[in-house]
Write a protein that binds this ligand. Sequence first.
Ligand SMILES: C[S@@+](CC[C@H](N)C(=O)[O-])C[C@H]1O[C@@H](n2cnc3c(N)ncnc32)[C@H](O)[C@@H]1O
Length: 243
Amino acid sequence: MNDCADYTEIGCGIYQSQASPAGQASKAGQTQLATVSRQEDGGGQEFRAWDFRHSKLAALILKGFVPPINESSLVLYLGAASGSTASHISDIVQNGLVYVLEFSPTVMKKLISRCESRQNMIPIFADANHPERYSYLVDKVDLIYQDIAQRNQAEIALANAEYFLKDDGYLILMIKARSIDSTADTKEIFKKEVGELQKRLFILKTVKLPGYRDHLAVIARGRSSAATDPTADSTASAPTRQP
Ligand SMILES: C[S@@+](CC[C@H](N)C(=O)[O-])C[C@H]1O[C@@H](n2cnc3c(N)ncnc32)[C@H](O)[C@@H]1O
């Protein structure tokens, strides 16, 4: 719980602070994020700190990319683990839904227990390689967020985009190079994965995340809608121009 007076909204219900928890001036790198959780019983709201050291999405936001979602958005989250990052998305899309998919039975128990206190988080116990097995549960979504350490990360993202992404929807894919190849040059791995995505999607941005070695965030959109996207970096066709 934090004092909301320390924070300013930077868009879509995400708050940012430069102040340290004690309210003193912060040192570089101490910027904090937070979202607001509304109590189901109408009994007020909780200001929840969002730690970029444990959430790649928070690290991406701190690099200046605010996710293109709002309070009514539908989100499919692939690789939700115990639902920590997903719970912040659930705060943002308070009138929408977050489908949270996970395939580890141990982690799934924790995820289900988190979903019990949140009406807009729908747990799905499934392998993200098989969207056809959960297609009856999931609507077309505004955003697919994927954070899965597998060898075929781009392939999984494309298979799910095919089933679930709205024509004007977005994909945020957190590529973990070392899960794809433990020895190859990371730049080559990123180039190959982004090239794979590019066959079916328009790449808007690639962003290196501070504190997450060998990771690359890729933001993409359906090819038909991306030409007019105001967030597009028209030159972002390969992951060599990272901020
Ligand atoms: C890096 S963790 C995700 C952390 C989470 N995104 C967060 O920020 O809180 C990756 C998760 O993906 C799950 N996972 C890996 N392969 C999967 C697959 N094929 N289908 C579904 N989940 C998968 C793992 O069990 C693990 O919990």
